[in-house]
Structure formats: structure tokens, C-alpha cells
Design a binder for this molecule. Structure first.
Ligand code: ADP
Length: 455
């Protein structure tokens, strides 16, 4: 400032001096005035240049000026640069936040004061069927037409969520979305949505399961209580008492089987997966299946003239000389279960054939084929559900709990194996267990060579 003032004075003096030299005292006054006007005009020009530069906003091409105006240009340039950097930083930050919201497994929608969509993530777009670009600034009330949501939005009580149907919901595959609004700032709101289909299904399954367990236990318990009351109140002879006690033992054993199967299931769910360290000889497994199958068949057909025609694999055959990795009790219970089901559901005189077939890929198939009543196609996908029975009375008569195939499926899953069911109503069923090559080895301990193995 001091230099500028000094320079102005020097300029005035120079103008005044030049005027004095030309025209005396008057000349000096005119010279100083002209110098001031020239100074003013040049200043004005520089101001105009700076203003034009500021209006254009082209920070890269700042006007080259010195002195006070040069400094003003430089400082303005730095100020603008700093603001630009800050704006860029805020922009980057915003993009990061939006990317984080985009990565959220839940739907996120930002609404303005009028309930118009300012932004939504891909998950929300999928759940509500929005188009993130096309539907921007559209009212959420117009886009989400579910009456439950409309009532929730209108009531303005956002303390709880509301559950609505997802856009992709169909009667066969319902999709349920939990939606909650969270007001923030000056009247804006954040809408969060969550797919709770699996949660609701799990809850329904839990309810069904508890109801089923209660039913399975309560029925024999009621019968048992009836017998106890009879024994307590009626004067029975020894023969009658023993008959009643026999029936009571039957009911108690039914309850015991249900509890045992439930415990087995819960143990399977809670225990770690069977490793590859424990090997069992396949002939041992098959022999136990045979023993159990024959014993059960003898028991069930003892009062009848005919028995079952039971066929089991030749345990000395080379294709059986294998070891299988996994838990022996689990595998044993799964395979025996299939054999015992075939025996239980096939009437006396029927044929049951158990086979062990090595596969070309190195795996093997254990199958149980019977000539029993067969199963209608609509039941087959549901057979491994807990307590699902096609023939309720036959299942109970033969001591079934409705949990057998659920246990089989669980055990097989734990061993990387799969259950396949083929059945024709009135002709019979085949239950096959497909065991992976990774869990089999030759009895010698050598790994299996995959290749034709005489399937
Ligand atoms: P359960 O203890 O009742 O036998 P499972 O889970 O073992 O229960 O089997 C489920 C249902 O599948 C049975 O109730 C029965 O109706 C049907 N089922 C199973 N195996 C056979 C079979 N070999 N032949 C006909 N029906 C079968």
C-alpha cells in the first residue's frame, strides 16, 4: 500500500513537474490532474480485466498484472483453488458414502421433504422395482402402492417398521420386505428396507416344528394317561392288566423314539462336519444294514405266512472292497434307515433289493429298491421335511417318527452325498445315496483311480 501511494505521489509529481516546465503554476495543476486521470483510467482498465476474468471463471488464464491488482488476482486465484479443492474433497467423500450405501445388503432410499426420491441404492431399486435414474425425484407414495405402506406413510408414526410384499413376489415365491422410515435433518427422511423372507420362513418353520413336536408327544401321552386312568379306576384281571401295560409300553416307546430322533437331529445340527480322518470299511456298513434289515423284516412278518424277499450285495465282491470317510454311526443310521423304511412300507411277500454300484467318476451309489406301495410325485420333494408322512397310519404302526428321512438328508449333506428318490405309485420306490469319490478309497488305503469301474 505504501509503495502504491509513493508511486502515485511520484506520478503526480512527474505530471505536475512536466506541467510546470510547460506552463508555470497553472501548467503544474493541469499536469497533476491529467496524471491523476491517467492513473485512474489505467486502474479502471485493470479492474475491468480482473472483473472479466472473474466473470469467465477461467482460473487457468489469470490476467498478468503487477502491483496491487496482481496481488488481488493471485489471492483470488488461490482462494478459488482452495474452494475447488474443498468442493472436490466433499464430492469424493459423498461418492464414498454413496458407494458404502450402495454396498449395503439392505435397501436405502433418501427422500426429500416432499417424499420424493433423491437417491436410492441398487438393493432398494430391486426390492421396490425402481429405476434409480428414471424414478429420481418421483414421489415414493406414487411408486410404492402397497396399501400397508400408504397407511404407514400417511400415519407418520415411524417408530416401527411395516412389512410389505416385494416387487418380485409371486404366490409360489413370496418376497417379504420390512420397510422403516427414519426422519432426519429439516424434514427429510431415510427409508431402509430389508428382505425378511428367509426370516419369516424360518419363524414359520420353527412354529410348525414346535407344533409338530407337541403333537407327536401329546398324542401318545394322552393315550398313556387314558390307560393309567383305566388301570387306576377299573378292577381288571391279570390278563387285561398285562394287555393294557403292553399298550402303554408301546406308547412310551413311541415317545422315546420321537425324542431320540429329535436329539439325533439336534446333535447333527450342532456338531462339526465329519472329517476325512475316520475310515470305515464299506462291507462292515453293508453287513450291519443287512443284519438290521433282516431282523426288522422277521419281526414285522412273523405273524404272516409270507416274508420279504431280501437281496443284499455280495460282501466279498471286489467293487465293495472300499473304505468310506466319515462318521460311522451317522452313515450307519442313514443307510439303515433307508433299508428299514423299505422293509416297513413293503408288504410281506414284496421284494427289497439293496445294491452298491461304483460309478465311473470314482464315486458310488448305495440304493434300496422295493416293490412297496410307491409314492405319488407330489409327495417326493417333501419327504425329507421333518414329520412329513405320506402314510401316517402305516408309519405309526411300524414305529415311524416322520423324522427318519430328515436325519438321512442331514447326514448325507454332512458327508457331501446326495439322496435321490424315484418312485412309481403302486409299483415301488428306489432311494439312492450318491457318495462322492473324495470320500472313498480302496480297502488297501490307496486312493481310487477314477475310470470305468464296472457300474
Ligand atoms: P417315517 O418314520 O414315517 O417312516 P420317514 O422320514 O422315514 O418317516 O419317511 C417319511 C415318509 O416317507 C413316510 O412316512 C412314508 O410315508 C414315506 N416313505 C418312506 N420310505 C418309503 C418307502 N420305501 N415306500 C413308501 N413310502 C415311503
Amino acid at each position: 500500500m505504501f509503495w502504491r501511494f509513493s508511486f502515485f505521489l511520484a506520478w503526480q509529481l512527474a505530471g505536475g513537474g512536466l506541467g510546470w516546465w510547460q506552463g508555470g503554476a497553472w501548467g503544474a495543476a493541469v499536469g497533476a490532474a491529467v496524471a491523476a486521470w491517467i492513473w485512474f483510467f489505467l486502474d479502471l482498465l485493470r479492474g475491468v480485466r480482473m472483473l472479466r476474468w472473474l466473470r469467465l471463471g477461467d482460473m487457468a488464464h489469470a490476467p498478468a498484472m503487477r502491483g496491487m491488482w496482481g496481488e488481488a488476482v493471485e489471492r483470488t486465484r488461490r482462494l478459488v483453488r482452495r474452494q475447488e479443492d474443498r468442493a472436490q474433497e466433499s464430492q469424493d467423500r459423498l461418492q464414498e458414502i454413496l458407494a458404502a450405501l450402495q454396498a449395503s445388503p439392505n435397501g436405502v432410499v433418501l427422500l426429500d421433504r416432499e417424499g420424493r426420491i433423491e437417491w436410492c441404492n441398487q438393493m432398494a431399486a430391486t426390492q421396490f422395482g425402481f429405476d434409480a435414474q428414471r424414478d429420481a425425484m418421483q414421489s415414493i407414495r406414487n411408486l410404492v402402492r402397497d396399501p400397508e405402506f400408504s397407511a404407514y406413510y400417511a400415519a407418520q408414526d415411524y417408530a416401527h417398521d411395516v412389512v410389505i410384499e416385494g416387487r418380485s413376489s409371486t404366490p409360489s415365491r413370496p418376497v417379504r420386505i420390512s420397510v422403516q422410515l427414519h426422519p432426519y435433518g429439516d424434514g427429510r427422511s431415510l427409508l431402509l428396507s430389508r428382505d425378511i423372507t428367509a426370516l419369516e420362513q424360518a419363524e414359520a418353520m420353527r412354529r410348525d416344528f414346535v407344533a409338530n413336536v407337541s403333537h407327536e408327544i401329546r398324542t401318545p401321552l394322552t393315550v398313556l394317561m387314558g390307560f393309567v386312568e383305566t388301570l387306576q379306576t377299573l378292577p381288571l384281571n391279570a390278563e387285561e392288566r398285562s394287555r393294557y401295560l403292553g399298550m402303554m409300553a408301546q406308547q412310551a416307546s413311541r415317545m422315546q423314539s420321537v425324542v431320540q430322533d429329535l436329539l439325533t437331529l439336534s446333535r447333527l445340527e450342532g456338531s462339526p462336519l465329519p472329517g476325512m480322518g475316520e475310515w470305515t470299511a464299506v462291507p462292515v456298513l453293508l453287513q450291519r444294514c443287512e443284519e438290521e434289515g433282516r431282523a426288522l423284516s422277521a419281526l414285522l412278518t412273523q405273524s404272516q405266512q409270507r416274508s420279504h424277499d431280501l437281496q443284499f450285495p455280495d460282501l466279498s465282491a471286489p467293487e465293495v472292497a472300499l473304505d468310506i470317510a466319515g462318521s460311522l454311526p451317522e452313515l450307519q443310521s442313514a443307510l439303515s434307515n433307508l433299508v428299514s423304511n423299505a422293509v416297513r412300507y413293503t408288504p410281506a411277500g414284496g421284494r427289497i433289493e439293496v445294491r452298491w454300484q461304483p460309478q465311473n467318476d470314482g464315486g458310488a451309489v448305495f440304493s434300496v429298491r422295493d416293490t412297496g406301495p410307491g409314492i405319488a410325485p407330489e409327495h417326493i420333494p417333501r419327504l425329507t421335511e421333518r414329520f412329513y408322512r405320506v402314510d401316517r397310519s402305516r408309519s405309526r404302526e411300524t414305529g415311524g417318527t416322520g423324522l427318519g428321512l430328515a436325519i438321512v438328508k442331514h447326514v448325507l449333506q454332512r458327508h457331501g452325498a446326495a439322496l435321490e428318490i424315484v418312485s412309481v405309485l403302486g409299483q415301488g420306490s428306489t432311494f439312492s445315496v450318491r457318495l462322492p469319490a473324495s470320500r472313498l478309497r480302496c480297502s488297501s488305503g490307496a486312493p481310487l483311480n477314477s475310470g470305468p469301474a464296472g457300474s
